[in-house]
Design a binder for this molecule. Sequence first.
Ligand SMILES: [Mg+2]
Length: 468
Amino acid sequence: MRTAPTILHLDMDAFFASVEQASKPSLRGKAVVVGGLGPRGVVATCSYEARVFGVHSAMPMGQARRLAPHAAYLVPRFELYRSISEQVMRLLRELSPLVEPLSLDEAFVDLEAGQAARDADSARLAGVKLRADIRTVTGLTGSVGLAASKMLAKIASEEAKPDGLVLIPPGTERAMLEPMTVRTLPGVGPATGDHLRRAGITTVGEIAEAGEDELVRLLGKAHGHALYAMALARDERPVVAERETKSVSVEDTYDVDIHDRVRVGVEVGRLADRCVRRLRASGLSGRTIVLKVRRYDFSTLTRSETLRGPTDDPAVVREAAARLLDSVDTTGGVRLLGVGVSGLADYTQEDLFAQAAGDVSEEPAEEPEAGPVEEQAPSPAERRWPAGHDVRHAELGHGWVQGSGLGRVTVRFETPYSEVGRVRTFPVDDPELAPADPLPLVSPVVRRPGGEPVGPSGGGGSARRVAG
Ligand SMILES: [Mg+2]
């Protein structure tokens, strides 16, 4: 392992929600929840103000609404998030050729490979400058972790959140990890966490104390070895620039082997849904569906199927996983099941629109009473107004959809550079109203030859400009 804290992990703070707050002045400092608004939707990201109420990523949207009924609920605008992500990733690539994106808003950077840093002082400087540059270019905050390994850099950025920087000085890693919960370590989910707890192990220090043999006995060879090494802060994984090999997967180990074929099918469906939630939370989609089955005798099979195009549709992933299960003999019992999606791609624009429109159409944002959810297909006009998306009114200018339903659409007229704007309601087929492209979060200052810098047109109120 290297001796200098020159691996950087960047994680943007509440990324999707922060983008929405930056583009909508009326939502700054407010609880904002971004995700699928349909009956089966989940939270993709929520603002820190919403987290106070207990809302978190991957939570079913219905539960979020009960916890934070007054929050703003918005349909994701992945096209915008992706363009901002590209700005951030460009800044990272200026630091090093070795940038490993984990999602739209998260990446590892090997500062040493880019000669951006060689010791703790230069690494800290690079991190401080990066955070300032991100703020200037995007108007958003990101948290930075610096350490001598990927695992520790990620733990450091988590500690730094929100809007901070944490550097773990080499030599202090083990002392820092010791009191932390086992769940801090990568690969320790609820199942492994429970398993360890039953063996009396709750902290990272207790893993180290238990020793390697005990860990292997508890968790099997591969997982046991890996976890023991991580507990000692040993992590040699390099920062890898390409992402083609990346996949999102989830798996569960069962305390008692499952024999019932129907139950196996139910579990696979559940894992497929969980996998899709993680995929969506990262703003990704993938083409290859993978099923993993470990049988009673520890023989492990994987089966995969490659689709024609990338998907993040839970029904598609569930069906593919069920087809794959059909080809596996589970009569002796199953001790582990997993579902993964690989061949990841960012959302294409077309997918996004279809998905966003589909999500919002299932539940008008201004449902009058807590009656049954309207399952009827909405009119094409209602499909055009997903909550949170931009619109332009012929007379009143740029705004965003605050809600729609019952043949009406409510628009708040404001831009990223304006004061909090006013709200107006229109018939959904008002000819003066049209969907619009998002505006950049930071006012692009246009210099006309020999003239004064001018902000973008279309915004009411005063322009908020960022120097440079
Ligand atoms: Mg983040």
